[in-house]
Design a protein around this ligand. Sequence first.
Ligand SMILES: Nc1ncnc2c1ncn2[C@@H]1O[C@H](COP(=O)(O)OP(=O)(O)OP(=O)(O)O)[C@@H](O)[C@H]1O
Ligand SMILES: [Mg+2]
Length: 179
Amino acid sequence: MFQKEYINLVFNSSKQERFNLGGCAYIYPYLPGKVRKVTKIEFDLKFEYETMVALWRKGFHSMPKPLGISKDKNSILMEEIQDGVPLQEFLSLYQRGQISEACTTHIIELLQKVLSEFWSKEAVHGDLHANNILIGKDIQGAWKVWIIDFGATFFGGDYQIDRSRLQIFLEHYGVSALS
Ligand SMILES: Nc1ncnc2c1ncn2[C@@H]1O[C@H](COP(=O)(O)OP(=O)(O)OP(=O)(O)O)[C@@H](O)[C@H]1O
Ligand SMILES: [Mg+2]
């Protein structure tokens, strides 16, 4: 489904360009299927790692599986979302006519489901912008949405802050709002 869109998406930019999108961290490939997130500044990633583990244990799996944290707490090892393209890039391609309306509607529906599940775990992402959501396909070839970057995530708050933040990005690209 939406094969042309998938090719436009995957070949639009390189893995390295996507890994460089981070503000406070470097993402490095680490063995096949794994990446390491390393802080650019002296900053402890223990909180982020523990939040990832808590989310994973609560049964939320539309995210990279956390695999470990270094002794100095400056880097997290996690599963790589293979060919995961940031939503920002997806929306830019949509704006340029390289992604169809139907494909975008499908992705927004998937995103809605993933977010509902995320919020149902009492989690608030805290930094839900369009580079912290990845779009791609699973191993069966079905479109999939993942959430990443849990440095500002907490449990037990009001998820409306996530919703309104994301809504701003979607409206900017002329995509109909989340329901
Ligand atoms: N597990 C992953 N698999 C594939 N790509 C990833 C993965 N984690 C991060 N990336 C890519 O690297 C970019 C930067 O990662 P991330 O958002 O975690 O860092 P960051 O924004 O610097 O973090 P922070 O907000 O804590 O400073 C993402 O936008 C994404 O494109
Ligand atoms: Mg980020």
